[in-house]
Design a protein around this ligand. Sequence first.
Ligand SMILES: [Zn+2]
Ligand SMILES: [Zn+2]
Length: 281
Amino acid sequence: MAWTNFHNHCYYDDGKCSPKEHIEQAIRQNVDVLGFSCHAPLPFEASWTLTNEGLIQYFADIEKLKDEFKDKIKVFLGLEIDYIPGINSPNMEKYKQMNLDYSIGSIHHLEQDDKGVYIPVDGPEEMFVAGLKSVYKGNIKRAVETYYNFIEDMINLGGFDILGHLDLIKIRNNNNKYFSEDEKWYRDIISKIIGAIRRSGCIVEVNTGGMARKYTDDTYPSLWILEECFKKGIPITLNSDSHSPENIIFGFEKVAKDLISIGYKEIFVLDENGWKPRALA
Ligand SMILES: [Zn+2]
Ligand SMILES: [Zn+2]
């Protein structure tokens, strides 16, 4: 099948290469729909997001490339937008006015430490550990609950199409280093989140970016969570969160097989008329 991928970062944010290089590689790898989702600027300094000036250049570049490659691949303009309570949210009016083709809603931070720094979920592990200690008294359950409370609030507020890396909080949790996904409290949180997703109608991305960057052995979200999503009829799409062109379809073949064995027969793909199912084969 031809692949699609709506989660790509390029050199306008923390990706390595130009969007054109992504597009050229995507065409070589039989991708026929490609969406760019650079990190939206935040109200504080962050090295990994677009700047306000970069945002304008990014929009112009993608619009130009859409046209340049229109006979070979469909290109869409999106943003990955952070939800940070009281600071930033995908449902803010400014995003509606940007006329994006789509957006991804994501959480990359927990609360602020006593110096006012937001604890990064997927930043350097020492920073996460320091924040876990100072803000959550070393209680990982409280940190995980905070992460999912933010996810739930973001889903309820809406304003985005795709829920980004649902369980990113497991990024440092290989071999159950911090918690076990089998524990009842964790399973209960996930079933609450799935309920919120179902009510909202958003699409869950199956994200291979943790595998590509060797943080995790499996997708965000874990396969057991995807099984639960399938049981509730939640739509999915397949993304790689690529930060360089060589990862555009990272792990897709294997993950597509896993999704089929769970029971999924289709993924959701954007075209000019909105999100439509495409057979997984
Ligand atoms: Zn992200
Ligand atoms: Zn991303």
